[in-house]
Design a protein around this ligand. Structure first.
Ligand code: AMP
Length: 492
């Protein structure tokens, strides 16, 4: 199968070849002919399967004919987050370079006026997040009655973020006769209902079982004490000792935890950026750019980054927090092992996470390998060398007391829904919105430490700096008198 057999225009086939793609992915091979035949499509596919090009390429072919009218976009693509919307626009820029199409991005967090003047000029492809789109529509600045094709992407993510009522409203604003392409990774009941309401005799295209994980991802769970500082220490150790770590996304369940962990990693000299829903758009774009370009190899993120973001060649995913919802696990680790490449996903689990791990294992239908963090052995191994290890890794000395105190007051994990499941911006309005990780040995050091003057020595775990570092070690108390081992109740 090649792209030239799918019915795409010569221009589009040439653009795909220029992008270096020779064979369509299964979702592309199956969906593109249906889209070109003007049929509704229900695509069930995870991110990383090439589903964006599965709708962008036939759209480009179809848009070669016709012209856009002021304030009346010809096609509309709905995305749950600004980043995903921007990513789809990049696909149009890449494959549609030879076509003079007007592609507009209507997302929250940026000026209305600029968006308005773009709409005024006439738009062939409008890529939007639901809240901002409805704002323009309610101001009378946008007419959706000319939309010939509607794409609803990442529908299950829209559901998680509370956008389904907005999607329903938008579906009623576009003509009944339009063509609809609907993509989702999973099919919960609510999504099934929407497809039954808004799709007409859709062609169902499914490329992998919903909620399956890629076979190219080596998954493991490392157990750890419950205190945030213990988790941070374990994470640092895992990063330093990970094999072939090129770059990593580190997921937290809450935005606040993202900010805390980001600061802590920076304090320890790691080159990390953060991405979460409370950051303004320019900071989010800058962080993502730095990570994509490899300037910052570590991205600490909330679930907003878990789905759909196309960041090629992420070698590692760390779950600093085990997600409360097993679906989120699948989406998080889907950031690595993409397009057949190998990847590593390591989850740091405390005793409070056993139920969540069991739910994840049930969903993915496999038992995740339990791995030793290697922290205890490594720590004692390098007891006498920790000073030099710290210096060579370019890491500043951690201020552990303060770090731990702050964690106790604000960094404790809470129950409840993960951030990604909340609406991150009110009416969405801003819908930003078998490598054993603990294995030791000489390994190639990834460019993780911020200091360029002193190259990092990631392969060796630095020794703890004080007895405070031994939180997760099973201590040997055999030499202590019994009275010292009696529990003490601290006065608070
Ligand atoms: P997506 O699922 O749309 O996020 O795409 C995942 C990645 O696959 C992106 O980096 C695409 O550039 C890449 N990709 C898309 N189509 C192909 C193809 N036919 N062959 C190889 N890679 C592709």
């Amino acid at each position: 199968m090649s792209f030239s057999n799918l019915g795409l225009s010569d221009k589009v086939v040439a653009a795909v070849a220029a992008a270096g793609y020779t064979t369509p992915t299964p979702i592309q091979a199956q969906a593109i002919p249906h889209v070109l035949a003007r049929k509704d499509v229900l695509g069930i596919a995870q991110t990383g399967t090439g589903k964006t090009a599965a709708f962008v390429l036939p759209m480009l072919t179809m848009l070669e004919k016709g012209r856009a009218r002021a304030r009346m976009p010809r096609t509309l693509i709905l995305e749950p987050t600004r980043e995903l919307a921007a990513q789809v626009k990049e696909n149009f820029d890449k494959y549609g370079a030879g076509q003079k199409l007007n592609v507009a991005l209507i997302i929250g967090g940026v000026s209305f006026d600029d968006q308005d003047s773009k709409l005024m000029r006439g738009v062939d492809v409008l890529i939007a997040t639901p809240g901002r789109l409805l704002d323009h529509s309610e101001r009378g600045k946008l007419l959706l009655t000319g939309v010939e094709l509607l794409v609803i992407d990442e529908a299950d993510r829209m559901l998680d973020m509370g956008f389904i009522p907005d999607i329903e409203r938008i579906c009623k604003l576009v003509p009944f006769t339009r063509q609809t392409l609907f993509f989702t990774a999973t099919m919960p009941t609510e999504i099934r209902r929407i497809t039954e309401t808004f799709l007409h005799n859709p062609e169902r295209v499914e490329v992998s079982k919903p909620a399956s994980t890629a076979v190219t991802v080596t998954q493991s769970v490392v157990s750890c004490g419950r205190e945030p500082h213990e988790k941070r220490e374990t994470l640092r150790h895992l990063i330093r000792s990970a094999k072939d770590l090129q770059n990593a996304i580190i997921f937290c369940n809450r935005k606040r935890e993202v900010a805390l962990l980001h600061r802590s990693l920076q304090k320890h000299g790691f080159a990390a950026v953060a991405l979460h829903g409370d950051m303004d758009q320019s900071a989010r774009t800058a962080a993502l750019d730095q990570f994509r370009k490899g300037e910052m190899p570590l991205l600490v993120a909330s679930d907003v980054a878990a789905r759909g973001l196309d960041i090629p060649e992420v070698s590692h995913v760390f779950n600093f927090d085990v997600p409360h919802h097993p679906d989120d696990y699948v989406h998080r680790i889907g950031r690595t092992g993409r397009a057949g490449r190998s990847g590593t996903a390591i989850s740091i689990a405390t005793s409070a996470d056993s139920k969540s791990i069991a739910a994840i294992e049930k969903l993915i239908g496999q038992t995740i390998t339990r791995a030793d963090s290697g922290l205890v052995a490594s720590a004692s191994e390098s007891q006498d060398t920790h000073q030099s290890a710290d210096r060579s890794s370019g890491e500043r000395k951690p201020r552990r007391d303060r770090d731990a105190k702050r964690s106790r007051s604000s960094g404790r994990p809470e129950g409840g829904r993960s951030e990604g499941r909340r609406n991150e911006g009110g009416r969405g309005r801003d819908e930003h919105g078998g490598d054993n990780a603990g294995a030791r040995g000489e390994r190639k050091a990834p460019p993780i430490a911020a200091s360029q003057q002193q190259p990092p020595s990631i392969g060796r775990a630095p020794a703890p700096q004080s007895s405070r570092d031994h939180h997760s070690e099973p201590a040997d108390h055999s030499h202590l008198p019994a009275f010292l081992l009696r529990p003490i109740r601290a006065r608070v």
